[in-house]
Design a binder for this molecule. Structure first.
Ligand SMILES: NC(=O)c1ccc[n+]([C@@H]2O[C@H](COP(=O)([O-])OP(=O)(O)OC[C@H]3O[C@@H](n4cnc5c(N)ncnc54)[C@H](OP(=O)(O)O)[C@@H]3O)[C@@H](O)[C@H]2O)c1
Length: 327
């Protein structure tokens, strides 16, 4: 069995969760971690049992032993960090939202192709068993034709001027941090090319969107989506069809449970599959499976999908007049 040597670039909150998942997977090894400072890198390596640590991202990108790098820096850093890793010939899994805008993303996709390496946005939702089950039910025609998606990702985050979520220069705001999940859900079930995108947002005092609502209009279907830091919701999601509906009961993007209802609203099937670790193990395994199969893109989350959702985010921000500094 090949053991894949993972590198983690940046040592914040999600990096720690992802490290747990790597350590959980039998054919994965957390080989090296990198931070902007050596102290942080050393402390993170100790906590996560990483074999090596680096006090700069560049050293990680240049380590010949690394099979794949997971990028967990803030949104505004993804482009520069991913470009460096891809140019060094590394396979890359980059956190969502993968870049600030489509121009940056196109450049990364081009670089990955030129270097003939794997590149994927870490949209872990699509790899979770409950999400896959919903896809299977829809493919089997269990709810007829999909006519609407309703999804919300609202997560109360107390205001903190030092938190990347509120910082314009770091690509903060609810759209790129949270909204990308409901957008992806809608696209996955209604298609990646909506006819019309109508949105509005509350731009808070730091010049990023504190909440947003988005409608994606299709020929005979629509998606009604929202996201925000300034309120907490249970965050269910519905996939509504001509013969029934599917419900993710709460926190849809990481749900372990999904339910199927018929057209009388009667629950006909329930799927529950508790995560063996923390949910990120499905993403770790998926990436390794792609690499084993020699793929340069994920077959469940190809870059064409990422490009399409990034374009939707671009259109929303453009309509709101929200520009990131240095973009
Ligand atoms: N998949 C998910 O479920 C999920 C959940 C949360 C977040 N995310 C995504 O993961 C990424 C990171 O989120 P997070 O919540 O882990 O953020 P975080 O806790 O703020 O950590 C970000 C890390 O990035 C590094 N960094 C590089 N340049 C930086 C800069 N100029 N300012 C601040 N930090 C900088 C820092 O690590 P060093 O100091 O070690 O260099 C920092 O610890 C985002 O893209 C976010 O959307 C995904």
């Amino acid at each position: 069995m090949k053991i894949f040597k993972w590198g983690i670039l940046a040592t914040g909150k999600i990096a720690a969760r992802f490290a747990e998942a790597i350590n959980f997977c039998e054919n994965a090894k957390l080989y090296a971690v990198a931070s902007r400072t050596e102290e942080k890198a050393a402390s993170f390596a100790e906590k996560t049992d990483a074999e090596k640590y680096y006090g700069s991202y560049k050293e990680l990108a240049e380590d010949k032993e690394v099979d794949v790098i997971y990028i967990a820096s803030p949104m505004a850093q993804h482009y520069e960090n991913a470009k460096m890793c891809l140019e060094a010939g590394k396979n890359v899994l980059c956190e969502k939202t993968v870049t600030l805008n489509s121009a940056q993303l196109d450049e990364l996709i081009k670089t990955a192709k030129e270097k003939d390496v794997f590149f994927m946005e870490a949209m872990w939702m699509k790899l979770l068993p409950a999400f896959r089950k919903a896809k299977e039910w829809v493919a089997q025609g269990r709810i007829g034709e999909v006519r609407a998606i309703k999804a919300d990702f609202s997560n109360l985050c107390p205001y903190d001027e030092n938190d990347r979520l509120f910082i314009n220069e770091l690509g903060g705001g609810s759209l790129l941090d949270l909204g990308i999940y409901p957008i992806t859900l809608a696209c996955e079930f209604l298609g990646y090319r909506p006819k019309e995108i109508i949105s509005n947002a509350y731009i808070g005092k730091t010049g990023v969107d504190f909440d947003a609502s988005i409608v994606l209009r299709y020929e005979n279907a629509y998606a009604d989506l929202c996201c925000g830091f300034d309120m907490e919701n249970a965050n269910p999601a519905y996939i509504i069809g001509t013969k029934g509906r599917i419900r993710f009961p709460e926190w849809f993007f990481c749900s372990q449970k999904v339910m199927l209802y018929d057209d009388n609203g009667i629950l006909t099937e329930e799927f529950y599959d508790p995560h063996p670790c923390n949910g990120y193990e499905f993403e770790v395994r998926h990436v390794m499976s792609c690499l084993e199969r020699g793929l340069k893109e994920s077959d469940l989350n190809p870059t064409a999908h990422t490009s399409a959702t990034q374009k939707i985010a671009d259109k929303c921000r453009n309509d709101w007049g929200l520009v990131f500094k240095g973009e």
